[in-house]
Design a protein around this ligand. Structure first.
Ligand code: ADP
Length: 248
């Protein structure tokens, strides 16, 4: 059932570590432009799933396709990034001594498709692109501040901005609002909602208020496979989901 609109398609993915199945015949389909949340108890396999999508972990069996034709199980991590999958980890990897603007500039120049050295002059349209992303991530007023002086939330947004400079089709975000204030969390939800449509987003998250604010479909992972899928309200009423969360 590879429908035309699917950007990410996993089928029967199994990953074992010393005989332990971190993923057990996991199947998942994400539509182009979708904003999907992945929830589930610790050890459910959320991180391992992200690792399979980005090529960090090779599945023992199963299919993983990006769009209709790109077989992720045959590509290296850099090839997958180049194909248009961007991943944001929890720990920011921004350059703290450089300004917010310079961080985005570096991200742009690091993009293989741009083919420009780090010392090359910026063109006007490069500046416009960086300015547009700074506005998108609400850092337009912080453009010239060293990234190290930004708040925790602003650093996270800057890192998302660095991903956006490479124009990924699919963004993978691992607990993006961990440690953020309520206000930052709300603004992050607004940012993600605004990115959906043009980008597809897969968000692993524990913060249910944030998941609710995102408003997309929710997939519940448990013991390496999909336990439930639907609106947050729907999955929260599912007796199997309640059991998994209350049983811990
Ligand atoms: P989650 O992100 O949902 O908390 P993980 O994907 O990190 O779950 O882990 C799923 C299971 O696989 C856990 O029981 C974890 O201990 C195990 N696991 C993950 N990575 C490894 C590894 N490299 N070696 C051994 N076991 C691992």
């Amino acid at each position: 059932d590879l429908s035309h609109n699917v950007i990410l398609y996993l089928e029967d993915i199994t990953v074992s570590f010393d005989g332990f199945r971190a993923l057990n015949q996991l199947s998942l389909a994400i539509d182009a432009g979708e904003l999907r949340c992945i929830i589930g108890p610790n050890g459910a396999g959320k991180t391992t799933m992200m690792d399979v999508i980005t090529g960090k972990t090779r599945p023992d069996s199963g299919k993983a396709f990006f769009g209709q034709t790109i077989d992720l199980t045959r590509l290296t991590e850099p090839q997958i990034a180049h194909a248009g999958i961007g991943r944001k980890f929890q720990k920011p990897t921004i350059f703290e001594q450089h300004t917010a603007f310079e961080n985005l500039e570096l991200a742009m120049k690091a993009d293989k498709r741009v083919r420009r050295t780090l010392f090359a002059q910026l063109f006007d349209d490069d500046r416009d692109r960086i300015a547009a992303v700074l506005t998108q991530i609400r850092l337009d007023r912080e453009a010239d501040r060293p990234a190290g002086l930004l708040s925790h939330g602003q650093k996270q947004w800057l890192e998302i901005g660095m991903l956006l400079m490479q124009e990924p089709k699919l963004l993978l975000l691992d607990e993006p609002v961990a440690g953020m204030t309520d206000d930052e969390t709300e603004r992050t939800a607004e940012l993600f909602v605004s990115l959906a449509g043009k980008h597809s987003l897969v968000v692993v998250e524990h913060d249910m208020a944030f998941v609710e604010a995102l408003g997309g479909k929710v997939t519940v992972l448990c013991e390496g496979s999909v336990l439930a899928e639907g609106d947050l309200a729907e999955v929260q009423e599912d007796p199997r989901v309640i059991e998994v969360y209350l049983g811990r």
